[in-house]
Design a binder for this molecule. Structure first.
Ligand code: UDP
Length: 412
């Protein structure tokens, strides 16, 4: 390879979890660009596909990222069923035009979003190399999570550099490599989510950003603003809840019923704080629950619109425990020593369960109710889920490893 040739890398992020997990790698790659120690001239760019435009503005501010490229994804259909195709087509087309013009040497994507999948495909069609952060995780059920399980599998077909978050994903990819005879390389790096947690908690502790900008959030359904930090100061013991997976839309009603029963029983003692996702299908159940709370004058369930990341970290750090169907939160909870109940029938993050830090509680009302009640009422069960010395998802050095591999790869 020509030593003077610029190595151009585009880091892709379009949704909240991608921003959070690509950020530390981008930061390390920028260091390569600046110090030139690798003997190569790197040019690192950030692409925001704007798949979740409103969820990424706060993240750009908090992480001080100015995207070099942004896509225009206005005027997408409201229908959730058509959205995937419409968004996917637009992202593929805009990514293809960008990659053709800019000619990156590597497109670095993360996870299993539509943005990641379509940017990987656009790069593949143009014979551009793809690197994949958080490669190789699987549930082996193509419908759960939907459509992410498909996205991951497609990406693995075209990605040359795979950065796996754990031993299980590393083994999965090694096994698939034999199946597809692909010329890809798999590196077990750990999950970058931990790198971002390290960075963000330092930033929060050192007060190097203004809480004022982040403390106020909107309550869902009545749209009133509230200072969440203030609320936290006065709050009782609270259970943090998030649910947004497409395949869980109906099951959210079961979750809502279980929460209603428990909140009614523990009024004045325990509060539920629910971060309500934009996904309209997942919102229905929580909106119904909100109506029921008004009717019953039940005040210990609070509903918030997507809480910005630093504030969400505060929410996690101070909560009693977490109930979620999120992938990222399953990984973050052990770092913050919080038990996590996984409101899903399957998970691709099995390490937390193996270590006893997470429980898969399914989507049936009686199971959700029983598992939440168990943690509330059985102290030894609760305490058995807190093991500060166990970190199943990474050691905070994943981004450095990924940047080192990329640097070496272009040296060869
Ligand atoms: N998160 C956040 N605000 C919220 C809920 C989640 O900042 O109100 C963060 C959370 O800390 C985690 C990420 O968003 O890092 C997870 O995103 P999400 O659950 O949307 O996606 P998934 O991880 O399931 O793909």
């Amino acid at each position: 390879m020509d030593i003077d040739k610029k190595i151009k890398i585009i880091c892709v992020a379009g949704t909240r979890p991608e921003f959070i997990k690509v950020f530390p790698v981008y930061k390390k790659l920028l260091e390569l660009q600046e110090n030139n120690r690798s003997g190569h001239i790197f040019e690192i760019k950030w692409l925001n596909t704007c798949q979740h435009k409103d969820l990424t503005v706060d993240l750009e501010n908090f992480f001080e990222i100015k995207p070099d490229f942004v896509f225009n994804l206005e005027n997408m259909p409201d229908s959730q069923d058509l959205r995937l195709a419409a968004l996917g087509t637009e992202i593929l087309w805009q990514a293809s035009q960008l990659f053709e013009e800019y000619k990156p040497d590597l497109v670095l994507i993360q996870g299993d979003t539509l943005s990641a999948q379509q940017c990987a495909l656009a790069a593949f069609y143009l014979h551009i190399k793809v690197g994949h952060i958080e490669a190789g995780i699987r549930t082996n059920d193509i419908n759960a999570p939907f459509p992410e399980e498909l996205a991951r599998r497609i990406i693995s077909q075209v990605s040359i550099l795979n950065f796996t978050p754990g031993k299980i994903s590393q083994n999965t990819l090694e096994a698939e490599k034999i199946m597809y005879k692909s010329k890809s390389y798999n590196f077990y790096t750990g999950n970058t989510v931990v790198d971002t947690l390290d960075y963000s908690i330092k930033k929060i502790d050192n007060h190097t950003f203004s809480w004022q900008e982040y403390a106020t959030v909107k309550q869902s359904f009545d749209n009133q603003e509230i200072n969440l930090l203030e609320h936290l100061r006065q709050s009782k013991k609270y259970i943090l809840v998030t649910a947004h997976r497409r395949e869980n839309s109906e099951a959210c009603k079961n979750l809502a019923k279980a929460i209603h029963r428990i909140a009614t029983k523990f009024q004045g003692e325990i509060e539920f704080i629910i971060s309500v996702h934009k996904n309209p299908n997942a919102r229905v159940a929580f909106e119904e629950l909100y109506g029921q709370c008004l009717q019953d004058k039940l005040h210990n369930i609070k509903f918030f619109e997507a809480v910005n990341y630093p504030l969400f970290l505060k929410l996690m750090a101070n909560c009693f425990f977490i109930v979620t169907d999120s992938g990222g939160i399953q990984e973050e909870a052990p770092y913050l020593s919080k038990p996590v109940l996984i409101f899903r029938n399957e998970t691709e993050r099995t390490e937390g369960i193996e270590y006893g830090l997470a429980r898969l509680i399914g989507t049936q009302e009686h199971m959700i109710h029983g598992c939440i009640m168990d943690l509330i009422t059985d102290t030894s069960s609760y305490e058995s889920m807190i093991k500060n010395d166990l970190q199943p998802y990474g050691d905070g050095l994943a981004a450095s490893r990924i940047a080192d591999v990329i640097s070496l790869y272009f040296k060869k």
